[in-house]
Design a protein around this ligand. Structure first.
Ligand SMILES: [Zn+2]
Length: 79
């Protein structure tokens, strides 16, 4: 069977970023489930994206903390 893994995997990010239609996503998921290589790769990318998202969320919390500290200092200076 002519299955081109690199072609399939080039679409992984489209799926993960939600840039595919529901139909496209369905047929993509069907395709990768028939190939352990593609499926493995998809799982890795998914984990990686989750990891990055968690990092970004943590960063956001940090930025908020920094700005709230800055506000406190500003309030103190004004008082
Ligand atoms: Zn494959």
């Amino acid at each position: 069977m002519g299955h081109d893994c690199s072609k399939v995997l080039s679409k992984v990010f489209l799926v993960l970023d939600g840039e595919m239609t529901e139909e496209e996503e369905k047929s993509f998921l069907k395709q990768i489930q028939e190939c352990s290589c593609c499926l493995d790769h998809f799982e890795i990318e998914k984990e990686f994206k989750n990891f990055l998202q968690q990092k970004v969320e943590k960063k956001c919390v940090k930025v908020e903390t920094v700005s709230s500290i800055k506000n406190k200092i500003k309030n103190l200076a004004l008082a």
